[in-house]
Design a protein around this ligand. Structure first.
Ligand SMILES: *Cc1c(COP(=O)(O)O)cnc(C)c1O
Length: 357
């Protein structure tokens, strides 16, 4: 390692995103992007903005987008924070709400960015083992802590946490901030946005990357009481006053306002999910209950890593985690109906090969 690097840069274990290969065209079922394009209105808004005005800095308050989000979710403008992807918001959360020396809690199987942020910002953490069926052991989140993060629905499992369970966790943790990462909430989960008025310690984080098909634009948002939002603003303004650029601001707002397109595309994903679940179950897979745009599956006879590699050879990317408890599972993003047919066809070949072997 270069001697020019800080201790932090030399020793930190960075997050590894799902691959975005460029060697050939793959069916990408590995990073939970939408299989459908963004709303045509978003693209049109970005086109219109891509002109002379780019010489000027964007609105540091992001007022228009925040106002639209406030209207959409029925909250006050001061309860809305926006930034460059929800990953960035989560990073700000670690700096705004957590302190070294008081362990925060999150599940052992969850979004693997959480431990990375903890190391980056020197925040101690304890992981809470999920139950065997990957549900959240609610009572384990009532012990002493310096903060809590829950992805709901969880990734990579797809399981959702019931609103009453999150309420229990909120009630037992009035002294610490509870962050609910709702990246996948639009695919059938129940949001806890409505609880922010009664629970000043709740921050809900969402993104335009999944159900709004704008992963490439990098827009995330958080909803919570105004003290929490002010905390995020303080960190953001100590880092970069202009995290969202002009194209992102108008594109995200236009996507948010195109309700019909949003409903249509997420319904298609949910319909394809149910059909895919049926088909993989028919082939002997165990499927974790999913309220997300992906499924988490395991085959009793055929090793997940082997399936992962053979799918890759056939031009289909899914996600495999070489991690205790889940190393015989695959996370498969729901693509278009046609993509999922290709996926099922490939699975049939792979299962046949493994039966012959
Ligand atoms: C995809 C994802 C995010 C990140 O979303 P961006 O807004 O693209 O940064 C955050 N949390 C979870 C659980 C995710 O799966």
């Amino acid at each position: 390692m270069s001697t020019y690097l800080s201790k932090l840069a030399a020793t930190i274990e960075p997050y590894t995103p799902g691959e975005q290969p460029r060697d050939k065209k793959y069916i990408k079922l590995n990073t939970n992007e939408s299989p459908y394009p963004p709303s045509p209105r978003a693209i049109e808004a970005i086109r219109e903005e891509a002109g002379e005005c780019l010489r000027l800095y964007p609105d540091p308050e992001c007022s228009d987008l925040r106002n639209s989000l406030a209207d959409y979710y029925g909250v006050d403008y001061k309860q809305v924070f926006v930034s460059n992807g929800s990953d960035e918001i989560l990073a700000f959360c670690f700096q705004a709400f957590f302190n070294p020396g008081r362990s925060i809690l999150f599940p052992d199987i969850t979004y693997s960015f959480y431990p990375v942020y903890a190391s980056l910002f020197g925040i101690d953490y304890q992981t809470v083992p999920l139950n065997d069926d990957f549900s959240v052991p609610v009572e384990e989140f009532t012990k002493e802590n310096g903060g809590i993060i829950l992805a709901n629905p969880n990734s990579p499992t797809g399981r959702m946490i019931a609103v009453q369970d999150i309420e229990k966790i909120l009630n037992c943790n009035k002294e610490s901030v509870v962050i609910v990462d709702e990246a996948y909430i639009d695919y059938g989960g129940e949001s806890v946005v409505e609880l922010i008025s009664e629970h000043p310690n709740l921050l809900v984080v969402q993104t335009f990357s999944k159900s709004r098909a704008l992963a490439g634009l990098r827009v995330g948002f958080a909803l919570g009481n105004k003290e929490l939002i002010e905390g995020l603003e303080r960190i953001k303004n100590s880092f970069n006053s202009y995290t969202l650029d002009r194209l992102a601001l108008v594109g995200a707002q236009a996507a948010l306002l195109d309700e019909e397109y949003f409903q249509k595309t997420r319904d298609m994903v949910m319909t394809t999910r149910e059909e895919t679940i049926r088909q993989v179950k028919e082939r002997g897979f165990i499927v974790v209950e999913s309220a997300a745009n992906f499924i988490f599956i395991s085959h009793p006879r055929c090793n997940a890593r082997v399936i992962f590699m053979k799918l890759r050879e056939r031009g289909i990317l899914v996600r495999y985690y070489n991690q205790l408890r889940i190393n015989n599972f695959l996370r498969v993003t729901i693509g278009t109906g046609a993509e999922m047919q290709e996926f099922i066809k490939a699975l049939d070949c792979i299962l046949r090969e493994s039966a012959d072997a």
